[in-house]
Design a protein around this ligand. Structure first.
Ligand SMILES: Nc1nc2c(ncn2[C@@H]2O[C@H](COP(=O)(O)OP(=O)(O)OP(=O)(O)O)[C@@H](O)[C@H]2O)c(=O)[nH]1
Ligand SMILES: [Mg+2]
Length: 331
């Protein structure tokens, strides 16, 4: 079923609205970007093209961690700190569990209640159930739209299970992994691969009875990081414990991110990384287009016919594949 964008203004009005930082227009532009309707797609692409010169000026931060680790609560306290400094923060959440229910997204909304009322903050949950593989495509577009509307810190929350964190890693400058303390040296089943992707680790809920365990978790995490090779950025990931409810350690995470930015900008990695990500975006877009094309019923019907021909040996599978491939271009 196509997800339509209702009552969205035309491209010129949206462009003007975003240039003046209009949040309603931003929300509508995102709705347009998320639409699966071909005509909306085209409009969205036009809009983004017009706005491209305004994009890229934010610091893009991905925040991941197992369900319940405290991502949304962290974003709320962190976001308030940044908003207080006069920054404008765009928060995008990607929640694979929303494929089954909207519960989590609604939960996030209530948990970011204070933040969502802040005039310097724009929060938008990104449903991932629109099309298979469409996750990163749309989130990137939403990110660019937020930047064009003047948001200078982009926070992307994603649950650290499955594929979504790799998608997010591919579109952010800094990747922050949140972890619980007291869950043992197994690092809570978080795959080593995810730790390797992180530029910073945060031990959450370092308050009350948890303080001692949090201190131990920081030491354990530091040991774990020592065993890893230094990443391509040359930046050695750091560990910080925080309490989002008591507002402790939060500003140190921001300091860490600013230091990272300075370090990678000086070395040139920051810009190189962004260029790599643009190439990756192209690759992923191509894959998405291909996947969408072969998921069309007309294509599936042609494939079925081709299978029948393969079965009675009137065509070889490789040639059948080439014929099917050529038929895609005609659409
Ligand atoms: N004591 C304490 N509890 C916290 C802290 N941060 C979050 N929590 C609690 O932990 C629970 C989960 O917090 P969330 O921020 O919703 O966690 P999340 O990682 O966003 O969860 P999902 O979005 O469901 O993956 C909530 O009950 C929070 O109140 C903290 O700093 N200290
Ligand atoms: Mg959350």
């Amino acid at each position: 079923m196509a997800i339509k964008s209702k009552h969205v203004p035309d491209v010129d009005r949206l462009e003007k609205g975003l240039r003046s930082g209009d949040r309603t227009m931003l929300a509508q532009a995102i709705t347009l970007a998320e639409s699966t309707l071909d005509s909306d797609r085209k409009k969205s692409e036009q809009l983004i093209e017009k706005l491209l010169p305004l994009t890229g000026k934010s610091i893009r931060i991905g925040i991941t961690g197992v369900p319940g680790v405290g991502k949304s609560t962290f974003i709320e306290t962190f976001g308030e700190l940044l908003a207080h400094e006069g920054r404008k923060i765009g928060v995008l959440t990607i929640d694979p569990s929303s494929e089954k229910s909207r519960g989590s997204i609604l939960g996030d909304k209530t948990r970011m209640d204070r933040l969502s009322k802040n005039p310097n903050v724009f929060i938008r949950p990104s449903p991932t159930n629109l099309t298979l593989g469409g996750v990163s495509h749309r989130t990137r577009e939403c990110m660019l739209l937020c930047e064009a509307a003047g948001f200078d810190v982009i926070l992307i929350e994603t649950v650290g299970v499955g594929q979504s964190e790799t998608h997010v890693r591919n579109m952010v400058d800094f990747f922050l992994l949140l972890m619980l303390s007291g869950a043992g040296d197994e690092l809570q089943g978080i795959k080593k691969g995810i730790i390797e992707m992180a530029d910073g680790l945060v031990i959450t809920k370092a308050d009350g009875e948890n303080i001692k365990a949090a201190g131990q978790a920081v030491a354990d995490a530091k040991t774990a990081l020592h065993l890893l090779a230094v990443p391509a950025s040359g930046w050695k990931p750091r560990v910080q414990s925080v309490s989002s409810v008591e507002n402790k350690g939060i500003e140190l995470v921001w300091k860490m991110i600013l230091e990272f930015q300075k370090f990678t900008m000086t070395s040139g990695f920051f810009q190189e990384h962004r260029s790599e990500q643009k190439k990756k975006w192209l690759e992923e877009s191509l894959e998405n287009l291909f996947r969408d094309a072969i998921a069309q019923p007309e294509f599936a019907a042609r494939k079925e016919k081709m299978i029948a021909r393969i079965m009675n040996d009137s065509v070889a599978p490789s040639e059948a594949a080439r014929k099917l491939w050529k038929s895609l271009g005609a659409e």
